[in-house]
Design a binder for this molecule. Structure first.
Ligand SMILES: Nc1nc2c(c(=O)[nH]1)N[C@H]1C(S)=C(S)[C@@H](COP(=O)(O)O)O[C@H]1N2
Ligand SMILES: [Mo]
Length: 423
């Protein structure tokens, strides 16, 4: 198909979504027919070695193809002054779909990953309750559970975009503290109801069993809503890095309040004002007052390909793709621009949209070798629209660098290099 036949939907190469079908793939090689179907004369297909002899046996626990070993989380350098503190980031630029494999789910630990024996772990619910309760892991496995797909994002994700100059980074290094998974667990309301919460209780205070003594206060009405005690992630027991044997999961909210290795919930009248809700994870405003308890994450999206530090090797059609999410609902719309936000076109979003989950978007784009600035802008089911970086930084200032959800700009130059820019 010639260039003239492509239906433009916005300036600088954005084209109708139907062009993703059967177009732009030419030039990547002819589609091979299989040996079973017989090769067309002239294609000269050879039967590869792996088709001629039986392969490896089935195994008790699977592993990925050795050809995908380059897909790795990116971990920060260990800091000897802060043992166990650190994070690892999901390789957003290599992932597709809207679920992150457990081995690539981002991690954030304040005192490393404890090696917890579930037979010895206890969850205690106490404070302003009629009947304090102690649960073992075995006890909890007997409760009715629910499964829901949610994103999890660290409030520090994308924080470098508050900085005065754009960092030379990738989708992974700049935005990799977000992941998506199906979480299975017990609605927290079930356990709180069993303990019998006194009417004067207003907050739950959750504490983890790791050496960070991570604690967070959460309003009781939120805790009674969609918060769960998560025991499984993408169908398998929550991994040690994610809080084995159990974690609190607070959908849509800053990752920090989803306390891992959960061991205590105390019901109180007032929040505790733990370290991680006073000196950390607060937003210091332009008037120098700090706002506490910023829970829901903003309406946000990021193009994961093409993205920072990639190189477009040849002109032609690319699938621009990325993820979008909102702490306040589902993603209703994602628009993409190839000219730095002057013109926009709607991207396709997969139909199975759930609340507070990652949504995958895609739109075809024809790169003709010129300069471009790719951006995406999400709108959620409540009508919240992702702000530009400039308006976010103007409104919030950059005294603290939590909760960035502005629009990311990826510049493509005539050599095909993709870089983080402020547009
Ligand atoms: N007990 C405990 N819970 C914790 C943390 C921690 O260090 N200890 N880190 C928090 C932070 S800052 C985030 S962003 C999320 C990260 O969850 P993940 O490692 O499963 O991605 O867990 C939160 N829960
Ligand atoms: Mo975090």
């Amino acid at each position: 198909m010639s260039k003239q036949e492509l239906e433009k939907v916005a300036a600088n190469g954005l084209i109708n979504r139907r062009h993703l079908l059967g177009l732009g793939l030419a030039g990547m090689g002819t589609v091979a027919s299989t040996s079973l179907l017989g090769a067309d004369a002239g294609l000269n297909l050879e039967i590869p070695g792996w088709s001629k002899a039986p392969g490896a046996n089935a195994s008790g626990y699977g592993s990925r193809s050795r050809f995908t070993d380059d897909m790795q989380r990116m971990a920060g350098n260990p800091n000897p002054l802060y043992p166990g503190g650190g994070s690892s980031r999901s390789p957003l630029h290599q992932l597709h779909g809207s679920i992150t494999p457990n081995s690539l789910h981002f991690e954030r630990h304040h005192a490393g990953i404890p090696d917890i024996d579930p037979a010895q772990h206890k969850l205690v619910i106490h404070g302003l309750v009629r009947q304090p309760l102690v649960f073992s892991y075995e006890d909890l496995l007997r409760y009715p559970m629910v499964s829901k797909i949610y994103f999890l994002e660290c409030s520090g994700n994308s924080g470098s975009l508050f900085g005065p100059n754009p960092a030379d980074g990738s989708a992974q290094s700049l935005h990799g503290l977000v992941s998506g998974a199906e979480w299975t667990g017990i609605p927290l309301s079930t356990l709180l109801d069993e303990a019998g919460v006194y009417p004067e209780a207003r907050w739950i205070n959750a504490v983890g069993a790791d050496a960070a003594s991570m604690g967070r206060s959460i309003p009781l009405n939120r805790a009674m809503d969609d918060v769960m005690l998560a025991l499984f992630q993408n169908g398998e027991p929550v991994r040690p890095g994610q809080g084995y044997p159990m974690r609190l999961f607070v959908p849509g909210c800053e990752g920090n309040i989803s306390v891992k290795w959960l061991t205590q919930i105390k019901l109180t009248r007032e929040p505790t004002h733990f370290r991680d809700e006073t000196s950390k994870y607060t937003d210091t405003r332009l008037d120098r007052k700090s706002q506490q308890f910023t829970f829901p994450m903003g309406t946000k999206s990021v193009i994961t390909a093409p993205s920072g530090q990639m190189k477009l090797e040849r002109q032609g059609i690319y699938q621009v793709t990325g993820i979008a999410w909102s702490g306040r609902g589902s993603i209703r719309r994602v628009e993409v621009s190839a000219d730095g936000g002057r013109t926009w076109a709607d991207a396709m979003i997969d139909s199975h949209q759930s609340e507070k989950a990652l949504a995958r978007f895609r739109i075809p784009w024809q790169w003709s070798g010129g300069d471009a600035v790719l951006q995406s802008r999400a709108t959620d089911s409540q009508g919240n629209v992702q702000p530009t970086r400039t308006s976010l930084v103007t409104e919030k200032g950059n005294i603290s660098t939590y909760h960035f959800h502005g629009i990311q700009s990826w510049a493509v130059n005539t050599a095909g290099d993709v870089a983080n820019v402020y547009a």
